[in-house]
Design a protein around this ligand. Structure first.
Ligand code: FE2
Length: 215
């Protein structure tokens, strides 16, 4: 029997996330999902013009050398709060390089800038709300005193007719998640929604669901 799109979303993405050992965010029986929790944009939102903002952050156009670090894929889906896929969403993402350094004038972290790491991308969601990008596993970095931010990727997600979402995606199993001052302000359910699921070792691939709400 052909599955409806809605049951595909529930059985596919939600099923895969629960299959990866993460608690399910929202129940499979429910017909709606809470929007992905907001998180601060932080001080390192890109401010310098950059020509190459494509989905492969490990390779800057025109360069023959790829970014240092552990190359990973992130694949996901954008749905609305009624669990319908949302196409043509603008997904902007930025992150630290593998050493924990942003390419940003205000980042005073002594870790080196990686000239081969793109650091910033803008990708659209496809017809089924799907998106995919290749990047490096971001490094942890010190904010102040003993606060080390766990590896994370910043997102700004927008489409006309929907509330803009600014959030951060985390990685499963990182012990810094347990003590992060931002992530730990969230409820368990919210944390589950913000932590991606690892679905493949080679190539290392993480799955992430973004839920946006109509205005
Ligand atoms: Fe950050």
């Amino acid at each position: 029997m052909k599955q409806s799109r809605r049951s595909f979303i529930k059985g596919g993405i939600a099923g895969a996330i629960s299959g990866a050992g993460l608690p399910l965010y929202g129940s499979e029986a429910s017909e709606s999902l809470p929007p992905t929790p907001n998180e601060t944009e932080g001080p390192f939102y890109p401010v310098q013009a950059q020509k190459d903002k494509d989905f492969d952050l490990t390779l800057i156009e025109g360069s023959s050398q790829s970014a240092a670090g552990n190359h990973i894929y992130v694949e996901g889906i954008v749905v609305d709060t009624a669990m319908n896929p949302v196409e043509d969403v603008t997904i902007e993402l930025w992150q630290a390089n593998a050493a924990g350094r942003y390419r940003h004038p205000h980042d005073t972290n002594p870790a080196p800038i990686d000239p081969h790491f793109q650091g910033w991308a803008i990708v659209p969601s496809g017809a089924k709300g799907d998106f995919r990008f290749k990047t490096v596993l971001p490094g942890a970095y010190a904010v102040s005193g003993r606060w080390l931010r766990p590896p994370h990727i910043h997102f700004k997600v927008s489409k006309r007719g929907y509330e803009e979402l600014v959030t951060q995606m985390y990685f499963p199993g990182n012990e810094l998640n347990e003590v992060d001052r931002l992530l730990q302000r969230k409820t368990q359910e919210e944390q589950s929604a913000m932590i991606s699921a690892k679905i493949k070792d080679a190539p290392e691939t993480y799955q992430y669901r973004i839920v946006i709400q109509p205005v």
